[in-house]
Design a protein around this ligand. Structure first.
Ligand SMILES: [Zn+2]
Length: 437
């Protein structure tokens, strides 16, 4: 997939993703899918050849490709005219293939996908790896492991209906069922297991020993475990069980955060999705006032929890929850989390960039390989027209992107076998049961 020719990026300001100060870039060379040279000053320069592709980044800003640590690609399918069953495995795959193109063209060269329908996300990841589709690097979970009362056993559907394969959760109600599903998903090639506790965190639905059993099983398969955990006790249990990454954790107490800090795992608060719900939701989009009030409260507790977490040195990772529902359009919100980190939590802009690049590389299993620009690293690079350190909202505007390079290859932003769709499609409703996503 890499270029046969060399890419030479000349001039510009380099923000390398490590957290180091921005530096002037004289020349950056990409050969194959690797960065082979980064030079601030003239010094000895490799001779240019007619085959080189030269990119002039004068007055522009060279950053690692963004990494979204929470991006769904098969959770929600819009209601397209003429599509009768948008939730089939076949249609989910096509829809996800379309979505990842939008994600990549927003400057996001890697995503972690914590849950989706069928094994769509595994299949799409394989299609990208195999060169069939152009998309970001992906690590993916399967359907979230959820028991009665968990977020993916949603009201108002009675539990006896279970969770069909075209929903984003799979019911596991005993320790053995959690283990069995973990094993099955590992066999199918997931990179992550997603456990799903309750929607709002007011009760802990997954028992401590069930979380621990999943961690034990997944880790024997070298698969990371993530959890949707908002409540105090579930977050504490996840930390004690050695879950690799806790999503949300907004109701974690000071004592819970002490346990997380000691256990050493990061948190990914996922502020963007409740923010979208508060700012852009509404009765017409399925959010009544009561839900919006809860989301507003969730944001406030999240901001305070994050300040407390940062005081303890807990690593805060970035994820947008793009693709969660109809309002969470692919390609639109990936940079929002950085803005909320800066404006609401008090994180310095440089750290917000780190959280969206080198820090998230750990979740991709590519720590030290992507998310940082240096000789020897994989060439995932985005050149922006404006300085994200001066205005962090730049990262939300694909219109500010000059060039995207993924795996050493310049992304053709005009190409693609899929037509652009409107930003937001109406929610698809199946005849017998609405999608719970
Ligand atoms: Zn999510």
């Amino acid at each position: 997939m890499a270029n046969a020719t060399r890419l030479l990026i000349k001039n510009g300001t380099l923000i390398d993703g490590s957290g180091g100060d921005p530096v002037p870039n004289r020349l950056l060379v990409v050969e194959g899918n690797r960065i082979t040279l980064v030079r601030e000053t003239d010094g000895s320069m490799p001779p240019e050849t007619p085959d080189d592709r030269v990119i002039d980044a004068t007055a522009k800003f060279i950053l690692p490709g963004l990494i979204d640590g929470h991006c769904h690609i098969s959770l929600h399918q819009g209601a397209l005219p003429g599509v009768r069953y948008p939730s089939t495995a076949e249609f989910c795959s096509l829809s996800a293939a379309h979505a990842i193109g939008r994600v990549l063209r927003a400057g996001v060269t890697s995503i972690a996908v914590p849950g989706g329908k069928w094994f769509t996300d595994v299949t799409v990841r394989e299609a990208v790896e195999g060169g069939l589709l152009e998309g970001p690097r992906m690590v993916v979970a399967g359907r979230a492991l959820s028991n009665y009362g968990g977020i993916f056993d949603p009201d108002p559907y009675p539990a006896f209906e279970g969770t069909p394969a075209d929903t984003a959760g799979v019911l596991c109600n005993t320790r053995d069922e959690f283990i069995r599903e973990t094993r099955k998903q590992c066999k199918r090639g997931v990179d992550l297991i997603k456990i799903a506790d309750s929607t709002w965190g007011d009760v802990q639905t997954v028992a401590d020993d069930e979380i621990a059993a999943v961690v034990d099983e997944a880790h024997r398969h070298n698969v990371k475990v993530t959890i949707h955990s908002r409540g105090s006790t579930s977050t504490r249990a996840a930390a004690k069980a050695g879950v690799d990454l806790i999503y949300h954790a907004d109701l974690a107490t000071q004592a819970d955060l002490d346990i997380i800090a000691k256990a050493g795992m990061p948190l990914a608060p996922v502020l963007t999705s409740p923010w979208i719900g508060v700012e852009n939701g509404g009765a017409g989009r399925g959010l009544d006032d009561r839900v919006r009030d809860r989301l507003r409260a969730q944001l406030d507790t999240s901001f305070q929890m994050l300040r407390n977490a940062r005081d303890r040195g807990i690593s805060v990772m970035s994820g947008s929850d793009t693709g969660n529902a109809s309002a969470f359009s692919h390609g639109r919100w990936h940079g929002k989390e950085a803005e909320l980190f800066v404006k609401e939590v008090g994180m310095p802009p440089m750290e917000a960039i780190v959280a969206n690049t080198s820090r998230n590389a750990w979740l991709m299993g590519l720590e030290g390989e992507v998310g940082v620009i240096a000789p020897g690293k994989l060439a995932d690079i985005v050149i922006w027209n404006s300085d994200p350190l001066a205005d962090i909202t730049v990262l939300q505007r694909p219109s500010e992107i000059s060039t995207i390079i993924k795996d050493g290859r310049v992304v053709d932003r005009e190409a693609g076998g899929f037509r652009e769709l409107p930003d937001e499609l109406p929610r698809a409703v199946r005849p017998y049961r609405a999608s719970p996503t």
